[in-house]
Design a binder for this molecule. Structure first.
Ligand SMILES: Cc1ncc(C[n+]2csc(CCOP(=O)(O)OP(=O)(O)O)c2C)c(N)n1
Ligand code: SF4
Length: 320
């Protein structure tokens, strides 16, 4: 496959379009990091888009009779957004073939889901469309829990954090005991043409990835870091700061895989991960009343284990 590796389309903030494809004043929380990522993504994708949105927080964007999008939008159950996308893609292809829709009026089909849908309840339908090589975008806003229903643990919830179903205390002072599922690698095993992780604090990186993805026919995955002031308990003005910390500490790698070939688009500064953890109340129990040294060490080791094969140095995080 020919990949256009020319000079990046976006070099700085000024290159990002001033056009807005989603209106302000929605029912989502102020400071929602996932919403910022969606807003930036739509600046690249444009108006000729149909969003297929599985049940979750973002379902509240379109509440009849109001709709903040310039584009089309369809609601599905958690389990079946990719199946909805398949139906829409097939219908568009048939209408274009019959001459009832002009080729230039074709729509990009974009599945929009939370991490609960992406990792758990909707995984089977996703695997099926990957195998069928459906031409679509998949944007998962990873707020690391089932937020819309009260912040319950999902399989994307990070080790050591607190959710309302993995409350620290008693025999489990460290909170969530399970490790986060690796959705990126699950997708990579299906060999889609384009996959990337993104973060709302890195809009130029995000924009370039959406631009690059447009060259590929087939499934295109985007997993965005999605700071959630309500569930993670931090001030809603701090979302971009927390997103930056996630990238700089190495806990949220910014990467892409083109036809399976992996590369990192930002090499972190490896700031101590504590700077990221202390900024959110969902990690308070790791520092008060007793510092959970063993849990913090595991979090640091996991960052090191992730990055060592690519950078070949150790330890990246101060293990003290
Ligand atoms: C099969 C099924 N189980 C449970 C629900 C209830 N439900 C609606 S939204 C939601 C949370 C979705 O979590 P996630 O995909 O992470 O998105 P977020 O809420 O974080 O935006 C749940 C559990 C549902 N709609 N369908
Ligand atoms: S609960 Fe979190 S993910 Fe949901 S709208 Fe609010 S900030 Fe966004």
């Amino acid at each position: 496959m020919n990949v256009n590796m020319e000079k990046s389309a976006y070099e700085n903030f000024k290159d990002i379009s001033q056009d807005e494809h989603i209106a302000p004043g929605t029912a989502l929380c102020s400071g929602c990091g996932g919403l910022l990522a969606l807003r930036l993504a739509l600046k690249v994708l444009g108006e000729n888009v149909v969003i297929v949105n599985a049940a979750g927080c973002f379902t509240l964007l379109s509440v009849y009779p109001f709709n903040p999008f310039r584009s089309s939008w369809m609601y599905t159950a958690m389990a079946c957004a990719p199946a909805g996308a398949q139906g829409i893609r097939d219908a568009l292809d048939i209408l274009i073939k019959k001459g009832k829709v002009k080729k230039e009026d074709d729509l990009k089909v974009v599945v929009l889901t939370g991490d609960g849908t992406a990792n758990d309840i909707g995984l089977q339908a996703t695997s099926a469309v990957l195998q069928r090589n459906l031409d679509f975008y998949y944007l998962c806003y990873d707020n690391e829990a089932y937020s819309n229903t009260g912040f319950q643990m999902s399989s994307a919830t990070p080790f050591g954090s607190k959710t309302n179903t993995s409350v620290p205390g008693g025999v489990n002072p460290g909170g969530t005991a399970q490790k986060k599922k690796d959705l990126f690698e699950i997708w990579r095993a299906h060999k889609p043409p384009y996959m990337a992780t993104i973060a709302p604090s890195h809009p130029v990186d995000l924009s370039n990835k959406f631009k690059k993805a447009a060259q590929f026919k087939g499934p295109k995955l985007f997993i965005t870091f999605a700071p959630c002031p309500s569930g993670w308990s931090f001030d809603d003005s701090k979302s971009v700061e927390i997103s930056k910390l996630a990238v700089q500490t190495g806990i949220w790698p910014l990467k892409e895989a083109i036809c399976g070939e992996l590369s990192h688009t930002v090499i972190p500064k490896f700031k101590p991960v504590e700077t990221y953890l202390v900024a959110q109340e969902r990690y308070d129990h790791l520092f008060h009343p007793v510092k959970q040294v063993d849990v913090i060490r595991v979090i640091k080791e996991d960052i090191d284990h992730y990055w060592q094969p690519y950078l070949g140095v150790e330890p990246l995080q101060d293990q003290s």
